[in-house]
Design a protein around this ligand. Structure first.
Ligand code: SPV
Ligand code: MG
Length: 669
């Protein structure tokens, strides 16, 4: 495709503005002339060849074009009798260079980027018209029938629309018109418009009317036109375009959509907070502060701001962007409520939503997959729990006891209010790990076997892991456990202040359980902290005072002592249905310690919502055994049904087809 710009005219109606250069070199802003703007738009559209017809002040024009730093290849064709002919003859002079699809424009035309994009994107030959502008008295109008341009000239008023000489002409159609132009010029009809030749074709050039309504597309004939266009351009150039990004890797697809948005106005990028990203896909690899820097360094990005929620409301109200740009993927699906809110807010002040087709390029999907597999690496996985705690304040954790339950925790998502909710991390419970192996929860399953469970899970998932370390065993053993867990990519170990034969806490005082002394347990924590090699690994001290009915004071004394010994978090446990003793503990602990994360396992006291726990000052909520408790009765029921019916048919209704189960299992993590 080539561009043809007609610049042979005198521009005599411009007065002194054209006394030293051709009209197309008239300045329309502090940075641009009519011509430099057209050429930049042509270059941005990826067109490389530009044919310019010249006449008046041709050497000034040629030097000027060459001085612009644009990667365009120019062919200048001088109309030697520019002062005695119209541009039909200039086209005739240039005919040998025009055997291609052509973008044809008059040299005094100023149009906004969106107009040009629509022209370029048109699959059919077209001319820009406006259905909303009044018919001009003395300028071009197009006679449009069934969407087709039949005639163009100043003299047509019937069935006419305001029209501008900006065309896209597919080669086949252009050849028909050019043939007529040649015929005209060779029979001395050189003082008419090229459109006079077109008008004799009776629509045979197949030019469609492209309605650009109120978008800027105007010729500049005189100083009054110039004043109007300059003001309109200023308004266009002050438009802002808002986009929100959650990505932590910028690839070609992102750059392409930013470049497109830049054509609509000054681009403001909202970088979604870590908390908001984590709530709908995963904890970002790169924190928001660094993601902001990445976007700030993309050429032409006007401003980068924080977007703290999935909702755009706060930023739309603050920045009032003229346009919001987004991929069309949110037209359906869980993000639809977010989109609906955006359109409603934009409507309150006349803003516009522009949606581009969402890129499904496999190359970008591959980059995403690679990012995902990075998340599974121990060094990357380990630190994410701490970052998530900082970003979200409260993290939710679900029990996993093998690869399959790990995949369920990894992939289960619920869409609510335009967001996607999922668990932040996984709990490897001693109770469920033992139960899965058919063993009691008494530290009978040895560490080697428990590490095997961790590996089964880490092999197929990416979420951070909190490991139930029981009592931590002997201090001399615990230090080894810490390092092994670090190597496996585990983020936190929770050890409980019990000693001797550990029994599960849910038995409470029904079984004999001995609490460790503050001194011994503190020494174990200190040794563990000293042994750890990575800075992000966390040791959480679990206090069993309420389970063993030792009272609130004892629980609090231990909590503060264990924090003093170096515990990165504390877990307070209870087997009561009533949450009040836990709530009292949190209140009293938080009165003195505002920062140490508090971990809860609300198996018994399960009526309080996550949001309420967060308000009260808790930070980690572990759902410690629900998946196991869901699978056991389902398995028992299936087993009984088969025994009762002596066949499997009756049982089938309650079973998931294996093809659906297989879908949970990734080809590669
Ligand atoms: C576990 O899940 O193994 C626990 C939590 O330690 S609890 O069973 O509530 O003691
Ligand atoms: Mg346990």
């Amino acid at each position: 495709m080539k561009a043809l710009i007609l610049n042979s005219g005198l521009g005599s109606r411009m007065g002194v503005l054209t006394s030293e250069h051709p009209k197309c070199m008239t300045e329309i802003s502090s940075r641009e002339t009519i011509l430099s703007r057209q050429l930049r738009q042509i270059a941005d559209a990826g067109i490389e060849d530009v044919v310019i017809t010249t006449g008046y002040y041709d050497s000034v024009l040629v030097n000027y074009c060459n001085s612009l730093d644009l990667s365009l290849h120019f062919t200048f064709v001088k109309n030697p009798i520019y002062d005695q002919t119209n541009y039909i003859y200039s086209i005739y002079c240039a005919r040998e260079y025009l055997d291609d699809d052509i973008i044809l424009m008059h040299g005094d035309l100023v149009f906004e980027n969106e107009v040009f994009e629509r022209v370029i994107a048109s699959p059919v030959s077209c001319m820009t018209v406006s259905s909303t502008l009044p018919l001009p008295e003395k300028d071009f109008k197009a006679v449009v029938r069934d969407g087709m341009v039949m005639k163009v000239g100043v003299e047509f008023f019937n069935e006419a629309m305001e029209a501008q000489a900006l065309y896209k002409l597919n080669k086949e159609d252009w050849m028909v018109w050019l043939g007529k132009i040649i015929e005209f010029c060779e029979s001395e009809k050189t003082k008419v418009y090229a459109e006079n030749a077109l008008n004799e074709l009776d629509g045979a050039a197949n030019i469609h009317a492209l309605d650009v309504e109120n978008l800027l597309c105007s010729e500049i004939d005189n100083p009054e036109d110039l004043a109007v266009v300059t003001v309109k351009l200023k308004e266009i150039q002050s438009r802002t375009v808002y986009m929100c990004f959650s990505t932590d890797i910028i690839h070609g697809g992102h750059i392409a959509i930013i470049k497109k948005a830049q054509k609509l106005g000054r681009v403001i990028i909202g970088v979604l907070s870590d908390e908001a990203v984590a709530s709908y896909k995963r904890m970002p690899l790169v924190p928001a502060s660094e993601r902001k820097v990445m976007f700030e360094n993309i050429a032409g990005v006007y401003k980068v701001v924080d977007q703290n929620t999935l909702s755009y409301k706060e930023n739309l109200e603050k920045y009032k962007p003229s346009i919001v740009v987004h991929g069309d993927d949110w037209v359906t699906g869980f993000q639809r409520p977010i989109r609906d809110e955006v359109t409603a807010i934009l409507a309150t002040y006349g803003g516009k939503l522009v949606e581009y087709p969402y890129s499904t390029d496999p190359k970008y999907a591959e980059i995403d997959a690679r990012t995902r597999s990075d998340l599974a690496m121990p060094d990357i996985r380990r630190g994410r729990l701490k970052r998530m705690l900082d970003a979200k304040g409260l993290v939710t954790v679900m029990e996993a006891h093998d690869g399959l339950t790990g995949l369920i925790v990894e992939n289960t998502v619920v869409h609510q209010d335009g967001g996607a909710h999922q668990f932040d991390a996984m709990w490897i419970s001693s109770l469920c790990d033992s139960t899965a192996k058919g063993k009691p929860d008494i530290e009978l399953v040895d560490m080697t076997s428990r590490f095997r469970t961790i590996e089964d899970i880490t092999e197929v998932t990416t979420k951070p892991i909190i490991f139930d370390g029981d009592t931590g065993g002997k201090t001399e053993h615990f230090v080894y456990t810490v390092r092994s867990l670090e190597r496996l990519g585990v983020s936190m170990v929770i050890i409980e202040d019990k000693t001797g034969l550990k029994k599960n806490s849910l038995f409470g005082t029904e079984v004999v359980q001995t609490q460790d002394t503050i001194e011994n347990f503190s020494a174990k924590i200190r040794a563990g902290k000293k042994a750890q090699r990575t800075k992000e690994f966390m040791i959480c001290a679990r206090i069993e005072s309420l389970i063993l009915e030792q009272g609130m004071e004892d629980a609090l004394t231990r909590a503060f002592a264990f924090v003093d010994a170096g515990a990165d978090a504390i877990m307070i446990h209870s087997r009561k249905k009533d949450p009040s003793e836990i709530q009292e503990f949190i209140e009293k602990f938080r009165a003195k310690d505002k920062t140490t994360p508090i971990v809860l396992v609300p198996t018994s006291f399960n009526s309080v919502t996550e949001e309420e726990w967060k308000q009260r000052g808790a930070n980690i909520i572990i759902y410690a055994n629900q998946l196991m408790r869901a699978e056991v009765p389902a398995m028992q029921k299936a087993a009984k049904m088969i025994l009762e019916n002596h066949r499997a048919e009756e049982c089938d209704a309650m079973l998931m087809p294996f093809k659906d189960i297989i879908r949970l299992i990734p080809a590669e993590v």
